[in-house]
Design a protein around this ligand. Structure first.
Ligand code: TXE
Length: 481
């Protein structure tokens, strides 16, 4: 046991065990071995973390320091992350079998999250309105207070940084509760914040399970904002818990992304992105293009190329630089979930063009492409969150839009066409938070990000993050009587 790595809570700039000394095992899903342990947070540990963040907010320097000084410290943290890219990426790869090259890319995107929001709060422009009554009114964006952030395991560092960066940039203090499946990189980030000289209590890391650790921070009335990424079911519980003390929530939940390939698409480009959209990160992406709609006139051609590209993906050791997709799934529990959908698709008469094989030696499912399922079949309607693409034909644009929108989710959609008018028209008609045209997964942090329906509540990004992580105030000033 002694050679296992340990990830404690980071509270008040100290890395600590749980009060009751409890720990849980951290698995490497590729080797299927326990490689570390993490502190298992209880309600008492959550209380310690909240007290720390509350005191840091009410009495500490962070919300009171100049914007430039705060930005500098956040950039210092980003510098340290950049320097330790290999170490951090190694943790995410060990922890969830994320291909190492991709894990490094995730670190780079996380670094950019911190840099972007540090600068965004430093440089943001306020509004002043001269009023006919002889007053000026302006908006002030003061920090909201203590932020409880709950992050998932599919992009362990990146999803956490996406919450922490705007929260602390706007002068809040934060408690992040990483997924129990992937505590390592976020704890490491907490260590780096201490090294970067953050005042105690600005960034606390609370490890542990959704209940009691997560629910104890969302339900505490000393918490002013709750930001959560995870399943729609848990999201509803988080919202109910935050509602007990009227804390605003930002929820980024599940998805069942539609990917529409029109007859006038550049087929090779569409195939490239269809592969990226469902097999990157082994399909464990809320934005995955898990429902693919292909025009009937190009269906056979497209499917032959898509199948060939899927079968060419090397699967295996995530530390192997050739393995870029479809490694092991993040946990045994998740592997079993994906397999149950694959088996369900077989029982429901789905036609497997490729895949559907649970591989030996790791918790992997081969890249899977299925068609022939009914539109009410569970694998078609529900979020599988694995490398499983369900394909359907369509005949008209109206039909494609109807199919794409006929879901409880609405996080994102993609469309492939070389017809400019159609691109704009369809993008406008799709019920989704993000629409990609002839591409996928490209993101500008200034734009809104979030979902419709069961995919979430609220938007983050640029000024949308500012609205959520601050308490906007109107000040009215008499200029002349
Ligand atoms: O999610 P949960 P799970 C989807 C995906 C996946 C499914 C289940 O389909 O197969 O959800 O994954 C914390 N109060 N997504 O079980 O339960 C939990 O500890 C407060 C989509 O991992 O939502 C973890 O930190 N927190 C998704 C986080 O919530 C609670 C990413 C997510 O766990 C809690 C992940 C509670 N009562 C899964 N219960 C996406 N949108 O990208 C749990 N948690």
């Amino acid at each position: 046991m002694s050679e296992l790595e340990f990830f404690g809570h980071i509270i008040d700039n100290e890395e600590v065990e749980s009060i009751d000394g409890k720990r849980f095992d951290v698995w490497n899903p590729y080797t299927r071995e326990v490689w570390a342990q993490a502190a298992e947070g209880s309600a008492q540990d959550a209380d310690r973390a909240i007290t720390s963040a509350r005191t840091a907010f009410d009495e500490g320097p962070w919300p009171r320091m100049g914007r430039n000084e705060r930005a500098k410290m956040i950039h210092k943290l980003a510098d340290l992350m950049e320097e330790r890219t290999t170490e951090i990426a190694t943790l995410d790869t060990k922890n969830m079998a994320k291909p190492f090259e991709q894990a490094k890319h995730d670190v780079a995107r996380s670094v950019w999250n911190f840099r972007f929001f540090a600068d965004h709060q430093r440089d943001h422009v306020g509004e002043v309105y001269p009023m006919d009554s002889g007053h000026h009114t302006y908006s002030e964006f003061g920090p909201a207070g203590v932020v409880a952030a709950i992050s998932p395991w599919n992009f362990p560092l990146m999803m956490a940084s996406w919450k922490i960066a705007p929260a602390i940039a706007w002068g809040n203090t934060c408690i992040i509760k990483p997924s129990e499946d992937t505590p390592s990189s976020v704890t490491y980030l907490g260590r780096l914040a201490v090294e970067a000289g953050f005042p105690p209590g600005v960034l606390n890391v609370l490890n542990g399970y959704g209940h009691p650790a997560g629910s104890s921070i969302t339900g505490d009335d000393r918490v002013d904002r709750v930001t959560f990424t995870g399943s729609s079911t848990t999201g509803k519980m988080v919202m109910a818990s935050a509602a007990t003390h009227l804390a605003p929530v930002s929820l980024e939940l599940g998805g069942k992304g539609a990917n529409i390939v029109f007859e006038d698409a550049d087929i090779d480009n569409a195939v490239y992105w269809a592969v990226e959209a469902i097999f990157r990160n082994a399909g464990q992406i809320c934005l995955a293009g898990s429902r693919l709609f292909v025009h009937s006139s190009i269906y056979d051609d497209f499917m032959a190329k898509f199948k060939a590209a899927a079968e060419a993906l090397p699967i295996g050791d995530p530390f192997d630089p050739n393995v870029k997709f479809a490694g092991a799934l993040a946990s045994k529990r998740h592997f079993e979930k994906v397999v149950s959908y694959v088996e369900g698709a077989k029982d429901l008469g789905g036609h497997f063009h490729t895949g559907g094989v649970a591989t030996d030696g790791s918790w992997s499912v081969t890249p899977t492409i299925i068609d022939g399922l009914a539109l009410d079949a569970a694998p078609y309607c529900e979020e599988i969150f694995g490398p499983v693409c369900i394909v359907n034909k369509f005949e008209t644009e109206e039909e494609a839009v109807h199919l794409a929108n006929d879901t409880r989710y609405g996080l994102n959609a993609m469309l492939f066409t070389e017809n400019l008018s159609r691109a704009h028209r369809v993008a406008s008609n799709l019920r989704a938070g993000t629409v990609w045209v002839n591409c996928f997964f490209i993101r500008d942090l200034r734009t809104p990000f979030g979902g419709v329906g069961d995919s979430g509540v609220g938007r983050e990004g640029g000024n949308f993050s500012r609205e959520f992580f601050t308490e906007p105030k109107a000040v009215v000033m008499q200029i002349r009587r």
